[in-house]
Design a protein around this ligand. Structure first.
Ligand code: FES
Length: 599
């Protein structure tokens, strides 16, 4: 028996000798993508051996990896056998979708230097000889113990201060934000912060230890505002129609965040009153709705935000139940459709410090793209729509058990992989991208997206459809001509955004040295499929990197680092913005961009 550990999931256990890493993963319920079922043809089960020894690379490994990658111990899980206890790193793209959640992102390489500091104090009790007021005594203790001069005390904290100092024998911990005390607790109190990335469809939240900067708990959930419209344009319209709608949408979000704070705290045995700072990022419309700012002007040319600068506001003024005096910091916006979440993504990927020509995309219901061309950053926003979330697709579904997430077609031979290996029930975004790329490669559709005659294409009710799974009980799972069109619209929006940036910079896609793909969906997609259908530029695959939820990472950075918070402001003011609607001949260009090739 060998001890096998799979990171970053942290799952480990014993596996019998003679079992491949893929077998071990299955034994330990780690869902590694294996489209070919483990016969070494799909090359999807890539893992990296971090420690311990394994069997030497096979010819399949040698065909799949560069020399450099082999030296760095990259292997196919299905051809590799442990020869000792081993630790294995599973890259996100080798994991089945539910195991990659929208909270995963880049590791933080930031020294904690938060706006809110935790300080322990031992306060001198008053006496008849020294009848100091409680607030004065507290500031004297802070001066003596930490060299901190007098500042302000939040009124709610002040209301609690006298009783608390006496109950706790004059020992306490305070949370100090610049010069203001925003919370007071027991001497042992451990202060927390919350970073939240509010997407149009999904929300990712992280509870962070303010001293170490480490994530203590995290969770993803749906944005409850979805009932008021699937995309931001619909939500702007609904909120603009009546104040009541806007109020309800804000309240829904606040309730969800209060619930999230409570469950994250419960998970680690803490209380939301220990959350002394929060950073929230979202696109401009979500940012405005959250702050109860008007959104109507976002829906009208020239689409300007009400506020661009970063905002600091008391959490309680928004209805959030955190520490009594806690603030919420919202990163700055860039434009009406390029918001604080994009700034957070640029912060996390250090776009401003990158050299050469770099493209970064955050793919979602709304896709923001930034091109850094030798030090000049410009961004665009494109309405890619909810097709990637499975919406408006006949058998579309979210990335959940039974969703078809990967597809290979060769002639009439179909191979599908579902999430969790469950019987197929529908198709999620990455599966849709895969199946359409495979249909294109096998001439089931042509470059215009039209379906051709093919043994797996049939006509039902006068409409053509591609049969993906035949099911006797629940009816077949098919991809319709309309589904293909939906994906074409989504991909055209992204492609036209990239092309507008390239044109503005006077370069071509061949000049791009690196493409960073952020966002939960961006992590799940098969880049090769996205290139095949002309959604992403045809560049060598090694120029692409998939970094997970970078907006969430940026929010965490701004939570624990003052310098990163300042950098966000700098990035927002440096980044230029191109309004796609102002591009001449937009409609004709959009139609051309829906063709299933880059050119
Ligand atoms: S499972 Fe297909 S190559 Fe390993």
């Amino acid at each position: 028996l060998f001890n096998v550990g799979f990171e970053p999931l942290g799952r480990r256990g014993s596996c019998p000798e003679g079992q491949s890493l893929l077998d071990c993963a299955r034994l330990l319920d780690v869902d590694i993508v294996s489209l070919c079922g483990g016969v070494s043809t799909c090359k999807r089960c890539v893992v990296q051996v971090v420690s311990g020894s394994v069997s030497p690379p096979t010819p399949e490994d040698m065909a799949s990896f560069t020399e450099e990658e082999l030296k760095n111990n990259y292997r196919l899980a299905c051809t590799t056998y442990p020869e000792s206890d081993v630790k294995i790193l599973v890259p996100p793209e080798s994991l089945s979708a539910p195991q990659r959640t929208q909270v995963e992102g880049l590791d933080l390489q930031v020294e904690p230097d938060p706006f809110v500091r935790g300080l322990k104090v031992h306060v001198q009790a008053p006496s008849l000889d020294a009848p100091e007021s409680d607030d004065q005594s507290l500031w004297v203790a802070l001066q003596n113990g930490h060299g901190i001069g007098p500042g302000q005390i939040d009124l709610k904290v002040q209301q609690d201060l006298s009783v608390r100092l006496r109950d706790q024998s004059w020992k306490a911990a305070v949370a100090l934000r610049e010069t203001e005390i925003v919370a007071i607790g027991t001497h042992a109190a451990r202060w927390l912060g919350m970073a939240v990335d509010i997407g149009t469809t999904k929300v990712a939240a992280y509870l962070v230890d303010m001293e170490t900067g480490k994530v203590r708990a995290s969770m993803g959930m749906m944005n409850p505002q979805i009932s008021y419209g699937e995309d931001v344009v619909a939500r702007i319209y609904t909120a603009g129609k009546s104040e009541e709608n806007a109020r309800k949408m804000q309240a829904l979000l606040v309730d969800a965040l209060n619930g999230t704070a409570a469950s994250l705290c419960e998970e680690i045995g803490a209380d939301p009153s220990h959350v002394v700072d929060a950073v929230v990022v979202g696109n401009t419309a979500i940012h405005h709705l959250f702050l109860k700012l008007p959104v109507r002007q976002l829906g009208m040319s020239p689409y300007v935000p009400a506020v661009r600068s970063a905002v600091d506001i008391k959490a309680r003024d928004l209805g959030l139940h955190l520490a009594p005096g806690a603030y919420v910091h919202l990163l700055p916006n860039i434009a009406g459709y390029v918001g604080a979440d994009h700034v957070a993504m640029l912060l996390a990927t250090e776009m401003d410090a990158q050299e050469g020509i770099i493209l970064a995309l955050d793919i979602g219901t709304n896709t923001e793209i930034c091109l850094n061309c030798r030090g000049t950053m410009k961004s665009v926003s494109c309405a890619s729509g909810p097709a990637f979330e499975g919406a408006h697709i006949q058998f579309g579904m979210r990335a959940a058990a039974g969703a078809i997430e990967h597809v290979r077609l060769s002639g009439e031979q179909l191979e599908i992989q579902t999430i969790g290996g469950e019987p197929p029930v529908g198709i999620c975004g990455s599966g849709l991208l895969d199946v359409i790329a495979q249909m294109l490669n096998n001439n089931v559709i042509d470059r215009s997206g039209r379906m051709n005659a093919h043994p797996l294409v049939r006509t039902r009710d006068g409409r053509k459809e591609f049969v993906l799974v035949e099911r006797s009980d629940n009816g077949d799972i098919t991809v319709s001509q309309r589904d293909v069109r939906e994906l074409q619209v989504a991909k055209a929006a992204i492609r036209i955004g990239i092309q507008a940036l390239l044109q503005d910079a006077g370069i071509t896609e061949r000049d791009i040295e690196k493409v960073i793909i952020a966002g939960a969906f961006g992590t799940f997609i098969d880049v090769e499929s996205a290139v095949t259908i002309g959604m992403l530029p045809p560049l060598p695959l090694e120029r692409f990197s998939q970094v997970g939820n970078a907006a969430g990472t940026g929010a965490r950075m701004a939570l624990i680092s003052r310098s990163r918070r300042r950098a966000a402001q700098r990035i927002a003011s440096q980044d230029g913005y191109i309004e796609l609607a102002s591009i001449p001949d937009f409609n004709r260009k959009f139609a051309a961009a829906s063709s299933m090739s880059w050119q």
